[in-house]
Write a protein that binds this ligand. Sequence first.
Ligand SMILES: *Cc1c(COP(=O)(O)O)cnc(C)c1O
Length: 438
Amino acid sequence: MTIYCTNQQQLAEKIADQNVSLSNWKNWRWQLQHSIQKIETLERLLDIRFAADEREQLKATLEKFPLSITPYYLSLVDRDDYHNDPVFRQACPSPAELEVDRCDMADPLSEDQDSPVAGVTHRYPDRVLFQVSNVCSMYCRHCTRKRKVGDIDSIPGRDAIRAGLDYIRSNPAVRDVLLSGGDPLMLSDAYLDWILGELRQIEHVQIIRIGSRMPVVLPYRITDELVTMLKRHNPVWLNTHFNHPREITASSREALRKLADGGIPLGNQTVLLAGINDCPRIMKSLVHRLVENRVRPYYLYQCDLSEGLSHFRTPVGKGIEIMESLIGHTSGFSVPTYVIDAPGGGGKIPLNPNYLISLSTNKVVLRNYEGVITTYREPDSYEPNFCDRKCDQCNLQLKLESAEEQDAVGIERLLADSYTTISLTPEGNDRMERRDNG
Ligand SMILES: *Cc1c(COP(=O)(O)O)cnc(C)c1O
């Protein structure tokens, strides 16, 4: 049996230097074993030649940030225009990665600082990021954890995982666990099954999420066996990472179909990347292809300040322009939330075009996506519920058994009736220090 797509067939045989069957090509372990990691192999397979000095620069780049591409993902590259190809640009190095910008940081999101035990980042009150794999099937050139790309590939052993599980078990506030990495689907089904099973035994863990780029870069990883296993641990959500409509192929559609048919809710996180998808029409086409395949666009990320990514960054205005072209123009559930992941570990901050133009005590002036300016008349007689957080005496019927109690923090606290906090003051404020010393 041979592969139907000539391009893939030729590529497969060039890679393996022998006849390759379709079942080999579609075997995710075969794909991993034949990952492309050298500049020369890249040139040979794509039938391209870099100029000598360019090749030297690329090799220097690889010493800092290594290369790894699955044969499948490489097969999506358009050889005739590879320099502008969105797949090539995401997977193949550029000497620009060695340029360190003034604002670049090794760990812009302070993930290592917010880590109570190795592998766990606990940033938000009710959810944690759990890095269960240090490996990926494809090394994205725009990886936010670029500092770690090229570390000795390893999958944490059971003891390391147990330490993370213990942390989650001893923190009842954690109701949502995000398995990330690396790519968690680099683990064997059996190992992942064990981790999911352990998490499922923790009563306060309500949902588990998996962040994986496999549907994009190695869709054959999504096997029926994997889906059957994931299904046993539901609710498990999966977020993937498509950046360009070109990545939506027959194979990736099939992977998404299996997951969606398995009842796994699917989301997508796109990174806004200069020269790849910084275009409203590309983004609209991408979100349409995603929802067609039952994937809900979740986040559109402003590119992080990680070292070596400066050539991928766009101004924030590009993101706002893209949001402007989506909101109202297309189905609400096709529109992702545009976020900046705050440097220093502040978490994701949503950004939107402004729709509120003005307001008085009983009217709001708004504009819509078409530029129509309209008014909304507010109620004359709204009786607010004074909230003292005594929910058992309130006429709004929150059943306390089903409610999680959390202290109001930040702006939420400033707005709440039941707190006396009237302002938030930054640390090291001179005026406050004079008060304390006075
Ligand atoms: C993104 C992220 C989460 C999840 O955030 P959501 O907005 O709930 O998707 C949790 N922890 C960390 C450290 C994150 O970066």
